[in-house]
Ligand binder design. Structure first.
Ligand code: SF4
Length: 303
């Protein structure tokens, strides 16, 4: 197994090595791992998913935390974060008008309550970190690497901190209200995915993978090592091969779990008495690098 050292952050398809024939984001890989049929619904059928209030809150809080670090260090206070909530929501709605549909325009209390709930999550953030003492190296940064010569893996980091000695800390904000144990394995899978990309592009195994659970104001740290990331790389490649086989056979099975409670597609799922749509013929001829030519899912949109 080999890995090319670097695909730059602004890579274009033309910049990809000719051997690369597919791309995979941590969200889509985790979908397949969680439930192959969920992967199919999202990545092949591309069934629409209505944003939930919880997802919108996550996107908003991620946006506020990203902007917070634009302020001078001394100004990164809870009050300053609270002041960013309204303007960031307006910006998000301007870019994604479907978000406005989450609330009845006549129900000002509904929108105000939503903004207050986002502010409450930010209080959780300040309970576990003091942003005045941090200077992130990167925020909402697209990183990518080629593994096994053929597969581009890529995704958006919430935040990357670099210590004076060069040690890397990957930070991921978790804003969901769902029980943590239902999503922890998925969250760790995503962090290892980022760690693998960083290791392959910078030659450094991140010292810490950090999950910040804002609702509970808790920190979960994990320290990977190179051997573990090597095994993880094999897992990712094997996962991609399994996706390719499932696509060739048009065989994506449901795998019911607690996560079904948060699935948008129960109406199409045989585990819930539904019927999947006909397998799209275009899937066979689909551009396997389609995902490399478009922006992956927005940070914070997948919790
Ligand atoms: S409802 Fe559950 S089993 Fe069905 S597609 Fe969604 S996650 Fe998979």
């Amino acid at each position: 197994m080999t890995a090319d050292p670097v695909i730059d952050q602004q890579h274009s398809p033309a910049a990809l090595p000719a051997t690369v024939r597919a791309s995979l984001s941590p969200s889509r890989a985790a979908d397949f791992k969680t439930c192959p049929l969920l992967y199919r619904f999202r990545s092949i059928d591309r069934l629409p998913e209505r944003p939930s209030v919880e997802q919108a809150r996550g996107t908003l809080v991620h946006a506020v935390l990203e902007r917070l670090f634009d302020l001078p260090a001394g100004g990164r206070t809870p009050e300053a974060a609270g002041d960013l909530v309204g303007p960031q929501w307006d910006r998000l709605v301007a870019g994604q008008p479907e978000l406005a549909g989450l609330f009845d325009p006549a129900d000002e209390a509904g929108t105000a309550g939503f903004l207050r709930s986002a502010a409450a999550l930010l209080e959780g953030y300040f309970a576990v970190e003091d942003p005045r003492r941090l200077e992130p190296a990167e925020r909402e940064s697209l990183i990518s690497a080629v593994v096994d010569d053929e597969l581009l893996i890529r995704g958006y980091l919430d935040r990357l901190d670099v210590a004076p000695d060069g040690a890397l800390r990957v930070v991921d904000y978790k804003t969901g209200g769902a029980p943590r144990e239902a999503f922890e394995a998925r969250a760790l899978f995503q962090l290892k995915f980022y760690a693998l990309v960083l290791w392959r592009t910078r030659g450094v195994v991140p010292r810490v993978l950090r999950l910040l659970y804002l609702k509970d104001a808790e920190v979960c740290d994990y320290s990977p090592d190179a051997e573990e990331l090597l095994r993880f790389e094999r897992t990712v490649v094997a996962l991609w091969q399994a996706i390719e086989q499932a696509t060739a056979r048009q065989d994506f099975r449901p795998r019911p779990s607690r996560l079904c409670d948060w699935c948008n597609h129960q109406a199409h799922c045989p585990a819930f008495g539904g019927t999947p749509p006909p397998f799209p013929q275009r899937a066979a001829a689909a551009d396997p690098l389609r995902d490399a030519r478009s922006r992956p899912a927005a940070p914070g949109a997948d919790e």
